[in-house]
Design a protein around this ligand. Sequence first.
Ligand code: PLP
Length: 720
Amino acid sequence: MTVVEQQRQVSGGLMLGTGSTVVVKVGGATLGGATFDSGGTLLEEVAALVRAGVRVVLVHGGGPLVTAWLDRLGVPTRFADGLRVTDEAALEVAAMVLRGLVNTGVVAGLSRQGVAALGLSGADNGLLRARQRPELGLVGEVERVDAAMLVQLLDAGTTPVIAPLGLDATGQLLNINADDVTAAIAAALGADAALFLTDTPGVRGADGSPLETLDHASTERLIADGAIVGGMIPKVRACLDALAGAHNALILDGRAPGVLTGLLSGSVAGTTVTPHTTPHPPTPSPSRGEGEQVVSPLSRAQGEPVGLSAPQSRETNPHGVGVRDPIAEREAHTYMHTFRRQPLTLVRGQGTRVWDDAGRSYLDLVAGIAVNILGHAHPAVAAAITRQARTLLHASNLYYTLPQIELAELLLPLTGMDAVFFTNSGAEANEAAIKIARKWGKRYKDGAYEIVTALNSFHGRTLATVAATGKPAYQAPFAPMPAGFTHVPYNDLDALDASIGSQTAAVLLEPIQGEGGIYPAAPSYLAAARRLCDERGALLMFDEVQTGMGRTGTFLACQGEGVVPDVVTLAKGLGGGVPLGAALARGTANVFEPGDHGSTQGGNPLASAAGAATLRALQQENLLEHAASVGAYFMQRLGELRARGLPVTEVRGRGLMLALEIDGDAARVVTRARERGVLVNNTGPTTVRMVPPLILSRAEADEAVAALVEALADVAGEGR
Ligand code: PLP
């Protein structure tokens, strides 16, 4: 399974696959107890996961074997409140057994299965920093995990096998409960799942039957009622702890054949622990047959049904009508009032979905406004960022840095340009383009400095890019504007022709006006602009901040028209979610010299590493082709809305950059869609925009259409 497929599964019915990260706890009893002899089949399953591309961290226990060796060596053990107190002699035996016997045995078992496993204890190289629990002697609880060390090993294709030992701040070795180690590591890694293998069929409910799911409240109730007892209590608590950072926690029957490999096809033998106290009532996904409500292990762990959840808006829940959300209140007291925000606090994303602070999921067709092209939490981008953050996060552009050069080398062939300058945003990329045009005008056109742009365009929020933006309302509060910008109606060739004169250094156009409402250039408009610029001696510059990075089905939208500009700008999706922009130029437009332009952080190692990982994933996962085909399908489905009597007057766009023009209030459609678990935004009073991750599936397009049908019907009804 490719990363894309896996991400799609995450968003619409998860199964583990290439790039998933899991932390697997195998208990001493599961490994064969005191005889330590039946880990074989389980390790075969671990090996199968690894072969399927799952990144596995294995944590093992060893309790029964430790007890057997304590007996064998005649080391007396003391118990306090039913728990063994570990003194120095007991710790020596525990360390010897865990690290010497069990860890080595598991590594050997995995090696026999062809897995490159590395045995470690939490005491190695600061992997686990622990705090002593003096009441239990030399026993600790995890204080800190060096997750980056594990990420490095996983990136190198190594499976870490961890014995549950750690050091405290003074260097004292401590024994740690393996479930706690598993939870802490899974949380620190932000793992897809923490998998606790036991020798039981999972957690049992009050009537003794195994439970499929268990949430926080019912866990506490079942413990209070005495239904969950003994060793299962710390295990379910460890699951809840794991969920502080991991996306799922499952208690599985380690004796069931296929317990791990089943997760590759979504089958769970055990109990999924979820953090939520009040899961939504399930709403079947419109893309599935009726009654065929598939609940995936991962989405179930979020307390969420697959498909459309029915989240209520913050206006009505959880704070009640008229009650101001405390988060909005805090923001109002601290942040400049520049954004009209949706009443939604997003805390997590995975694939095409995001989750709010109440655990509700949304299909995300906004994608950070066309930024998250690979979806959320893409493993390759996350790994590149982690690796780079541990290596060299930032260095000045005074020095050469390799990630920047690597990114440039990837980007130039994709754009057909000769050189690039990296920025932190789209506006800065356009600032660079504007300066390129002015420098070019000075050098090649008698000091020409004017730039022709289009009405209804958007080029950014800095002063020069606001001046370039063809929207008087954005300029008025900040007048006077920097001189040298002329605006012409978009798609009006005669007006463009008339505007290019002796003072014109450049024409700057969006191939599709994005913020203006997804208005594509008319056929041959861009080619005609190219011809006019060539005839009159002006640069042709395309602002592809929103249209670039494959959004329209070609890497640059202008490539779909066969038109090559002199300068092109990118940002949004370029850093895969990390702020990054680029101004690229070719031929005589490659005009900057030392001292002409600069940026302290533009294209720093972190952003460049994220950008390079994003470009590689875009290519490896064939997302240009995918965006073109799913985009065409989505557009066709949106085209059906009008025929269904809904208030849609036009569907515009290309690839996965789409808009609905509606006869009604677009902001209300946005609200109603959000209440149905789908995020869209409006770019004007009557335009609903969709710029989803390029990994969107057809089923998700169907899901979005179903939500929009209801949202539009609601708004039409409310209007009457
Ligand atoms: N240019 C275009 C076409 C855009 O759509 C945007 C942002 O929406 C920008 C420039 C500005 O980019 P940024 O917000 O990264 O400065």
